[in-house]
Design a protein around this ligand. Sequence first.
Ligand code: UP5
Ligand code: MG
Length: 196
Amino acid sequence: FNSEDVLVIFVLGGPGAGKGTQCARLVDEYNFCHLSAGDLLRAEQNREGSEAGQLIKSFIKEGKIVPSYVTLKLLENAMQESITQNNNKRFLIDGFPRQMDQAEAFDRDICQSRFILFLDCPESTMEQRLLKRAETSGRADDNVDSIRKRFNTFVTTSMPVVDYYKQQNKVVQVDCTAPVDDVYALVKAAVNKQIA
Ligand code: UP5
Ligand code: MG
């Protein structure tokens, strides 16, 4: 994809920070195609005939990062579909890249992102949110054991990606401890400033 033609915003943050929630709000107001890497992986896991299904299942439960080629291919296909079917080239990519090799491969083979929206949230708040969501989400990784592993992976494997983009001055950090509407006001201001 051509970085001048395609707009990519990476939305990063810990498990339960509110990536999906804030992206949904942005989609309501702006014409973005929202692609959650986690949602794409969960859909692929349930797709009949998927070769990666079993692999994805075990990685998600363990809070580990699925081998990058799987996720990259899913994202690339979804981006292509949005462009050909809806002529929408403006993407919010949620929960990706979360490992250094994914960031390098995307920047090299797909396109350069415009900026990174980093949703910053204390672990205790994220934990409360996830445990509450666990009552209804049905997600295989919304349990105390998997949540702990997801937090661990976030700190050791995903924060280095945020730091890498910080060095490139591409990160806009938003504190997302406050209620959804208040966080959204900050998110919206950040997006307006960056894509003006
Ligand atoms: N909530 C949200 N904002 C709130 C606020 N301001 N105040 C109060 N409550 C708020 O929100 C979580 C919950 O909090 C919801 O109930 C919401 O109402 C409430 P949500 O918006 O869903 O947060 P989000 O950051 O999207 O949390 P999610 O659980 O989706 O984050 P993860 O990063 O853990 O999950 P993801 O789906 O991205 O990845 C899952 C797994 O897939 C990974 O662990 C990994 O195994 C795998 N994966 C890969 O292997 N590779 C990838 O590239 C991506 C994922
Ligand atoms: Mg999410």
